[in-house]
Design a protein around this ligand. Structure first.
Ligand SMILES: *Cc1c(COP(=O)(O)O)cnc(C)c1O
Length: 409
């Protein structure tokens, strides 16, 4: 039976399957003793028949975001095999060693595992921002500004200094210099942190420019935070390693639940002193987690499975690169039909000019629905679980848009 058939198969046989699974479990415990890993994997597979674990499901037709990626069997296997100690007591080996692994990969001293990318950013900024009045300078399009429910204001008490990149792609040192407030003038709110996002709108913030900003900020006592929710994608382009990008900041946040596909989880990286303070603030936000291994094990497995080992995520990093080449294909498909792109396509995000094609977001999404794919207007996000069938359906959507634009439909 194919994986797909098993996945959508009737649920009626489930009880019987469970009985088989329990029997297999007993056998597996025995096999595990003699070190039979393959049997353990087989056991999990038998347990997950008729569940959502064994197949990407709806995610393969979903272009709205890479957060839709569905956790996989290797992640479930990691969850099953995790340690179950208390992480607030700092006794959970799985969580501690994952934090240390990420610290080593990024060249920072320590890490704090948290529930979401938003929590990672707000926690990092809150840890930097100790005494108002203070301001965070960032790209006007930043996630921290638009998509974090105003946490920078409500939790950090920070003023935001939004800067539009003059090259329309990423902030340069000159942009930062022009807008940072360093003066002693009591009227002004001093810039305390420069917060940069990488990738930003799907584009890599180039390493040389990050280095310039970082050096300049450091000389003036400003902290640099990098929102690296999609830093994995930047690394997958080959334009810098995890360690290379991470060397340009005092704190870094990484997200495991976007293109990497973990069920949830993110991390803040920084100096040992910074992370010790962040962990106290994390506790005050209700983010101290007890048997955290259940989450951190899956996130750790997601790094292995989707990014791959090492600073460059070699080997398995191919899954991210696969999504990038799908993105290039989608961009080509759109342009070939006479469409215009709003931005370059460098990683897994394609920006199409819907307005220029005379079609509204609502209509575009509706056409998608008609063909059984989920769209969210002008931003198309690719991820490794997008199927060939979904790409084919997207061509039908693009065809229809082109016909409407040309008055043929
Ligand atoms: C997704 C994302 C985050 C965090 O989002 P969560 O949904 O809270 O995990 C932060 N920054 C950027 C740039 C993102 O794309």
């Amino acid at each position: 039976m194919s994986t797909i058939n098993r996945w959508v198969g009737p649920q009626t046989g489930r009880r019987m399957q469970s009985a088989v699974a329990v029997k297999t479990a007993v056998q597996t415990q025995h096999s595990a003793k003699v070190g039979n890993e393959a049997n353990a994997a087989h056991f999990l597979e038998s347990l997950t028949v008729g569940t959502q674990w064994s197949h990407p499901g709806d995610a393969q037709f979903d272009f709205r975001s890479d957060v839709v990626t569905r956790p996989t069997l290797p992640m479930l296997q990691a969850i099953v095999q995790t340690t179950l100690q208390d992480d607030v007591y700092r006794e959970d080996q799985t969580t501690s060693s994952f934090e240390q692994r990420m610290a080593d990969l990024t060249g920072h001293e320590a890490g704090a595992f948290v529930l979401s990318g938003t929590m990672a950013n707000i926690l990092a900024l809150r840890t930097h921002l100790t005494q108002p009045p203070h301001a965070v300078l960032c790209d006007a399009r930043s996630h921290v500004v638009h998509w974090e429910a105003g946490g920078m204001a409500s939790i950090c008490g920070a003023m935001v200094q939004r800067v539009k990149p003059s090259n329309r792609e990423f902030l340069t040192l000159e942009d930062v210099q022009k807008h940072a407030v360093l003066s002693d003038d009591v009227h002004l709110c001093p810039t305390t942190v420069v917060s940069l996002e990488n990738t930003i709108s799907g584009l890599v913030h180039p390493l040389p420019e990050l280095s310039r900003i970082s050096e300049w900020a450091c000389e003036r006592g400003l902290k640099v935070h990098i929102d690296g929710a999609r830093l994995w994608e930047a690394v997958a382009t080959g334009k810098g390693s995890l360690k290379g990008f991470a060397a340009c900041c005092d704190s870094l946040s990484l997200d495991f639940s976007k293109g990497l596909g973990a069920p949830m989880g993110a991390m803040v990286l920084g100096s040992a002193e910074f992370i010790a303070r962040a962990k106290r603030i994390r506790k005050s936000m209700g983010g101290g987690m007890r048997q955290a291994g259940v989450l951190s094990a899956a996130a750790n497995a997601a790094v292995d499975e989707t990014f791959g080992p090492g600073f460059w995520g070699r080997n398995a990093g191919g899954k991210l690169r696969e999504a990038h080449s799908m993105a290039r294909k989608v961009a080509d498909m759109w342009v070939k039909r006479g469409g215009r792109l709003i931005r370059r396509t460098e990683t897994n995000i394609v920006w199409i000019d819907l307005k220029g094609s005379g079609i509204s977001k609502v209509d575009f999404n509706e056409i998608g629905e008609k063909y059984g794919i989920k769209l969210d207007g002008k931003r198309l996000v690719l991820h490794y679980q997008i199927s060939k069938e979904a790409l084919l359906r997207l061509t039908f959507v693009f065809d229809e848009v082109a016909l409407m634009r040309d008055g043929l439909l």
